[in-house]
Every structure is written in C-alpha cells, then in structure tokens.
Write a protein that binds this ligand. Structure first.
Ligand SMILES: [Zn+2]
Length: 93
C-alpha cells in the first residue's frame, strides 16, 4: 500500500482519537523518518496487537473520542472495513 494513503488513514485515526498535539507531532516526525504503521500505533498509545477473530490479521485497538472501540490493521485503516470477512465480523460483534 502507498505510504501517502497510509498516512492519510493514520491522520484520520489521530482525529478520531483526538490525539494531543505533541503526540501528533511525534507521529508525524517518526513517519517522515521511515516509521511503520505499527510504530505510529505505538506512538498513539496502542497496546500489543490482537488477532482478528475472523481473518486472523493483526489488529490494534483504539478508543475513539466518542468512546467507540475500533480495531485498526496494518493498512492504517479500521479493520471493520479492511477485513476480508467484514460482513461476518460486523454481525459477530
Ligand atoms: Zn479480519
């Protein structure tokens, strides 16, 4: 996946979790210096990744500012969209 697209996705995540200014700055600096999506998740405060119960992809959980918990995958996007089994995943929740 294109790094610019990944970064756009990570910026949307930062908005959804209302990341503090200094954290955003740190994420941006790290990304420009070659950090991976996983590195940025860690900067944004993610715990160790879990496995999607359906497709077994690695997912990192975040709590949005509206208190909704949401898994993100290696693309930088929410796994509710990216999961190949997305329809089933949603039904299982
Ligand atoms: Zn999945």
């Amino acid at each position: 996946m294109d790094r610019e697209m990944q970064w756009q996705a990570l910026l949307r995540l930062q908005q959804r979790i209302e990341a503090p200014e200094e954290i955003r700055g740190s994420a941006s600096w790290s990304w420009r210096n070659g950090a991976s999506v996983e590195d940025v998740y860690r900067i944004l405060g993610a715990a160790a990744p879990a496995r999607c119960s359906s497709c077994k992809a690695l997912v990192w959980w975040f709590t949005h500012a509206n208190r909704k918990r949401c898994p993100y995958d290696e693309t930088g996007e929410t796994h509710f969209v990216g999961c190949p089994d997305a329809a089933k995943f949603r039904r299982d929740r």
